[in-house]
Write a protein that binds this ligand. Structure first.
Ligand code: FAD
Ligand code: PHB
Length: 397
């Protein structure tokens, strides 16, 4: 039997950052993760960090590599009707975003946990949670062939959308709000110099495409596809042809092509759990909510959740009062729904919808025209994309 103050399921950004923030508050935690360390440190996911996330990582002392290797961007391009239109974040809202891969954040956090003597059980099997509706929460799992039990005061369910924590709550205790989109993203990583210094979001009759990057020599590109798209039907030549088509401009823009070394398809959904807590179980990050990636909000929301949770737990262990823990869900959900709205809006603005008679596409072009010609409309986009302040009114924890 192992004892700790907070038992955390999942070593994604939410679980790792929570564990790190708790340790800075002098609170012990143990993480139980089903995958190997190599797997989580290589898993290709998000790339865009809001200013608030960057500040949080810096303040928590895990921002050294991000400051050296992250690419600071002061705007994005919206491309439609074969023309590019820049949204200047710096000028509109005085904020920037940082492009730094999620698995690099994960590496920095794992390193920080081990340096501080933190405990992470990787490759844990048959993970289950118990007793969180009373005052004796437990996490059971198998590790290296042995059955283990972790006794803790609280459990943080940071195990992503397909984890076990959310489904362990008794039926009927939580409410779920969901929207599934009729498309997905085919994403690639290629050894090719990004053709632009900033991200390009393209709305094209054939479907959405996004040009992002990881380093000055590696492009990260996405194109809208079917949610169940078969990668076998997408040889590299077809991917490049389709990407070139969707990014083309009147001036003859070309993406730089190069060897593709990673390919994947992601389905798209919006999903919210209410409340994000049950008894002594607190859900954070993708375990509680999912956004379509168009607004680049998922990782940032996970960071915002665990910032609130770590403070509420610190208050509980320091004063004995669980008043802040009781407000956890309510505080997080306000930001979550704002991000849901923005992600849905960006998704609806940029993607081709099935059975479009042409009306939807023309409506999108009219809206894009407004977003790129009205300062007020551009400011709304810039404000949301770069991220809401990390402390919304009422979030004073
Ligand atoms: P996860 O990263 O999913 O971590 C959960 C962890 O729990 C995993 O390590 C998993 O192995 C573990 N786990 C699962 N089940 C169990 C179990 N039973 N027992 C123990 N451990 C378990 N977000 C952005 O902010 N910006 C972006 O640019 C962006 N782009 C994206 C692009 C793509 C293609 C995708 C797929 C996502 C993108 N996101 C983006 C979303 C972002 O990646 C997620 O929101 C983020 O990973 C959430 O972190 P998390 O820690 O909550 O969950
Ligand atoms: C990425 O770089 O992976 C990325 C960037 C912006 C998004 C989604 C993903 O909206």
């Amino acid at each position: 039997m192992i004892r700790t103050q907070v038992g955390i399921v999942g070593a994604g950004p939410a679980g790792l950052l929570l564990s790190h923030l708790l340790s800075l508050e002098g609170i012990e935690s143990v993480i139980v993760e089903s995958q190997s360390r190599a797997h989580i440190e290589e898993r290709v996911r998000a790339g865009v960090l809001e200013q608030g996330t960057v500040d949080l990582l810096n303040e928590a002392g895990v921002g050294d590599r991000m400051r050296r290797q992250g690419l600071v961007h002061h705007g994005i391009e919206l491309r439609f009707g074969r023309r590019g239109h820049r949204i200047d974040f710096q000028e509109l809202v005085g904020r920037a975003i940082t492009v730094y891969a999620q698995h690099e954040v994960v590496k920095d956090l794992v390193h920080a946990r081990f340096t501080a003597g933190g405990q992470i059980f990787f490759e844990a099997d048959s993970v289950s949670i118990h007793g969180f509706d009373g005052d004796d929460p437990r996490i059971r799992f198998r590790h290296a062939g042995e059955q283990r039990e972790l006794a803790c005061h609280y459990i943080a369910g940071c195990d992503g959308f397909r984890g076990i924590c959310r489904p362990s709550v008794p039926a009927g205790a939580l409410r779920f709000y969901e929207k599934v989109y009729p498309f997905g993203w085919l994403g690639i990583l290629a050894e090719a110099k990004p053709a632009s210094d900033e991200l390009i979001y393209a709305n094209h009759e054939c479907g959405f495409a996004l040009m992002s990057m990881r380093t000055p020599g590696i492009s990260r590109l996405y194109l809208q596809c079917r949610p169940d798209e078969d990668l076998a039907e997408w040889p590299d030549s077809r991917i490049w042809e389709e990407l070139q088509r969707r990014f083309q401009t009147a001036e003859g823009f070309r993406l730089n092509e190069g060897p593709i070394f990673q390919k994947g398809v992601t389905a798209m959904r919006s999903f919210v759990t209410e409340p994000m807590q049950y008894g002594r179980l607190f859900l954070a990050g993708d375990a509680a909510h999912i956004v379509p990636p168009t607004g680049a909000k998922g990782l940032n929301l996970a960071a915002a959740d665990v910032r609130i949770l770590s403070r509420a737990l610190a208050w509980r262990f320091c004063t004995g009062s669980d008043e802040r823990l009781r407000r956890y869900s309510e505080i997080c959900l306000r930001r979550v729904w704002r991000a849901q709205h923005f992600s849905w809006w960006m998704t609806s603005l940029m993607h081709r919808f099935n059975q479009d008679s042409g009306f939807d596409h023309r409506r999108q072009l009219a809206e894009l025209d407004q977003v790129t010609s009205s300062r007020a409309a551009a400011t709304v986009l810039a404000e949301n994309y770069t991220g809401l302040p990390f402390q919304l009114p009422g979030e004073e924890l």
